[in-house]
Design a protein around this ligand. Sequence first.
Ligand code: CTP
Ligand code: CA
Length: 227
Amino acid sequence: FLRALTGQDLAGERVLITAGPTREPLDPARFLSNRSSGKMGYALARTAYRRGAEVHLISGPVALPCPPGVERVSVQTAREMHAAVFQLAEKASIIVKAAAVADFRPAVEEREKVKKDKAGLSLQLSRNPDILYELGRNRKEGQVLVGFAAESSNLQAEGRKKLATKNLDLIAVNNINSDTTGFECDTNQILLIDRERDVLLPMTGKEQTADMIWDRVVDLLGKRRDK
Ligand code: CTP
Ligand code: CA
């Protein structure tokens, strides 16, 4: 109660957040990636620190400064992110996976630049590890696990499916088929799904959205402790 009153309702929590895209190299000049700007993950890191948490941020390549008070580890590929996450996961009381991890990487990384003299070129891809799925499978007692989902349709059903298969407490579903939510936007509207209910958050800035996600996490922590 006192913690809530002073705005320090995440005091004592060790929070691990991933943010941004990953980059999967093809050759020394090129990579596969996606449109994530990292803004949502960085807003979550900034607000968690403000609310009293110890915050570690594992970030793909983004054009954002590290928020004050936050410990950042920078990574490029999904496999690097996987390694960095599992180094810190065990000590975290709350993990939020806001990163847009590339699902595939080029099956081979060419050491020399690929030249254009071929008539056609096709790319063989390999699956990257699903970091969040592995976190859900190895989840330690009492740890709160929050995922994101990028969907272009069926937000509710797809979100609920990911909540279950990845063994999450909460999932924030983004509509990526919109100019005002999801990738590269300053505003966001999220469908927040937990095991009991779905709540469509108001369309607002990513900082306010981050605070609403933390409000829900604080609720879940409270329920867990009252049990
Ligand atoms: N995620 C992850 N590792 C991956 C892929 C995704 O940790 N290799 C995490 C993301 O950080 C996000 C959640 O899983 O928190 C959902 O990501 P999303 O791309 O929406 O779902 P996928 O499970 O990858 O399924 P798909 O892309 O086919 O919809
Ligand atoms: Ca994916």
